[in-house]
Write a protein that binds this ligand. Structure first.
Ligand SMILES: [Zn+2]
Length: 264
């Protein structure tokens, strides 16, 4: 194949973010910052894609790329924003990382777990899955932080599971109502125990959406380095600990793997 004569970029020294892929050109050695949409033409994993060096204009091949979950990109992005002293943007990014994390957890309950257990038919019959995914995302697109959090609580605090397509459809029909209801501390304490209970309570108290609103307000809160770093550490820890406490690690890697397979 023609690829064999195209020089390859370094597979170890690159930087992958949600929006960009950075690597040195193997021909002229200069560092390239490619935007995934404008320069690579795809938001999918960039491995195997041929790109044109932005400096010497020669073609080269991207060999490896890391596919992360959206909220991991947002969290990683926060480290860069702090280095660049953009503490306000860091808070905005943190709020988005929580929103995408809640959405992923919701997807696991409503889509991926049912998919894995065969609710949508065999592995090759993806149409039902795609239809449901579209339906779900159409509805959730309008939801911001608090509504996503409320649905997250409803699904995980009440340990809901969906055995068939009707169950999922019924749930979606009641979504608007469910999304308006935030569980009280008392309810959280009554319905959960141990580590899970502490994390649910911490998540309820986090209110990073309110901090974000204060930040974007014209005369609002101007976070310091210490503020931004503290919030980043806190959100990162809560997300990591919830992932473990709710046993989501396996399902999360299943999502990344399934999405990866779909792109081949
Ligand atoms: Zn070059």
């Amino acid at each position: 194949m023609s690829n064999s004569i195209i020089p390859s970029a370094d597979s170890n020294n690159y930087k992958a973010t949600y929006e960009s892929y950075e690597v040195a050109c193997p021909i002229c050695g200069k560092w390239n910052i490619f935007n995934r949409i404008s320069d690579i033409g795809s938001i999918n994993v960039a491995s195997g894609k041929t790109v044109k060096c932005l400096h010497c204009n020669k073609d080269f091949l991207i060999v490896s790329d890391k596919l992360n979950l959206n909220y991991e990109y947002f969290l990683k992005g926060c480290d860069d924003l702090i280095k660049q002293k953009n503490y306000m943007s860091c808070i905005i990014n943190l709020c988005q990382s929580c929103e995408t994390f809640f959405m992923k957890c919701i997807d696991i309950k409503l889509l991926w777990k049912p998919y894995r257990s065969g609710v949508f038919g065999g592995y090759k019959e993806n149409k039902d899955f795609d239809d449901f995914a579209e339906k779900i995302h159409d509805q959730f697109d309008k939801f911001t932080y608090q509504k996503l959090l409320n649905v997250f609580f409803d699904l995980y605090l009440n340990n809901k599971n969906f055995k068939n397509k009707d169950d999922i459809s019924n749930y979606l029909d009641n979504l608007l109502e469910l999304s308006k209801r935030e569980p009280s501390k008392k309810e959280i304490k009554a319905k959960s125990t141990g580590t899970q209970r502490n994390l649910f309570l911490e998540l309820k108290e986090l209110k990073i959406n309110e901090i974000r609103n204060d930040v974007v307000h014209k005369d609002g809160f101007r976070p310091s380095l210490v503020d931004a770093q503290n919030y980043l550490n806190k959100v990162r820890r809560i997300i990591e600990e919830i992932t473990k406490a709710l046993d989501l690690e396996d399902m999360l890697s299943y999502c990344v793997y399934s999405e990866l397979m779909e792109q081949k």
